[in-house]
Write a protein of this length. Structure first.
Length: 269
């Protein structure tokens, strides 16, 4: 994900033609070049560790623990969303109220799909939950269509406080909280490309020769770069026009439809 346009969603454009390939070298030359790159990779890892250490030393700001969310059992408080654990990571899922599944956010669908196994977080006393920015009933049907297991709440009624400036409702956010008894504190938040912390697909793509195959990447001439994490086709009124993908919708919806799941977000009879 390169910029804010990645919040809009949609599957990538189809690549055309045969992409070029790297130069062929003998094994010793290949290994020598890889070892030179490895020096930079290790420096990058160490810098990441240093940034994480600085993040652990940030001050924190208190948040009203009684702020109301909505879940499967009805209203609950921010404090209750911790599920008794000491920490909470909340992903704020963008929502386009009244729009069908195909027009919901590709970026949010992408990152929410990446977070599957929660036991490792739980082992550190961390609860992970999605705080949808839309109504519970409508968005919960999307949660069910996607087959997600993570806790899902609507934060719609408390967004003005939970996403107070410089955070902005209507944009993807990842926010970390700490509980001290009945008090709740915000310890970190990020948005846009910071959300890639949730992802593994892009991290794996970055290891491959063609990378993410997106136009903004610094790739050699002839490398495929027609893919995108922005919506292609469809979308709520007023969204920027972008290349159309037949039946465009968030990528992860396609296998759910193929499995016979209904993406109808409207209330039943």
């Amino acid at each position: 994900m390169k910029d804010e346009s990645a919040n809009l969603g949609g599957p990538p454009a189809r690549a055309t033609g045969t992409p070029r390939m790297p130069a062929v070298a003998d094994r010793a030359t290949f290994q020598a070049e890889l070892e030179r790159l490895r020096v930079r990779e290790k420096a990058h890892t160490r810098e990441g560790d240093a940034i994480a250490a600085a993040r652990r030393r940030l001050p924190m700001a208190e948040v009203d623990a009684s702020l109301v969310l909505t879940g499967p059992a009805g209203p609950l408080t921010l404090l209750e969303a911790f599920g008794g654990r000491r920490q909470l990571i909340a992903y704020y899922f963008m929502w386009h109220r009244g729009h069908p599944a195909a027009e919901q956010c590709e970026g949010c669908t992408w990152v929410a799909t990446q977070v599957g196994e929660l036991s490792y977080l739980h082992s550190r006393g961390i609860t992970y939950a999605v705080f949808c920015q839309g109504p519970y009933d409508e968005s919960a049907r999307y949660h069910d269509f996607m087959g997600w297991d993570m806790p899902w709440y609507s934060a719609q009624d408390s967004l003005g406080t939970l996403l107070s400036p410089p955070k902005r409702p209507g944009r993807m956010h990842l926010v970390c909280y700490l509980r001290d008894g009945d008090r709740v504190f915000e310890t970190y938040w990020t948005t846009l490309r910071g959300i890639e912390a949730m992802d593994n697909s892009y991290a794996l793509m970055d290891l491959t020769v063609y990378g993410r195959q997106e136009p903004w990447e610094d790739s050699p001439p002839g490398w495929p770069r027609q893919c995108s994490n922005t919506r292609t086709g469809g979308g709520p009124p007023g969204w920027p026009p972008v290349p159309v993908w037949p039946g465009g919708r968030p990528i992860a919806q396609w296998p759910r439809l193929a499995a016979g799941r209904s993406d109808d977000l409207t209330a039943g009879p």
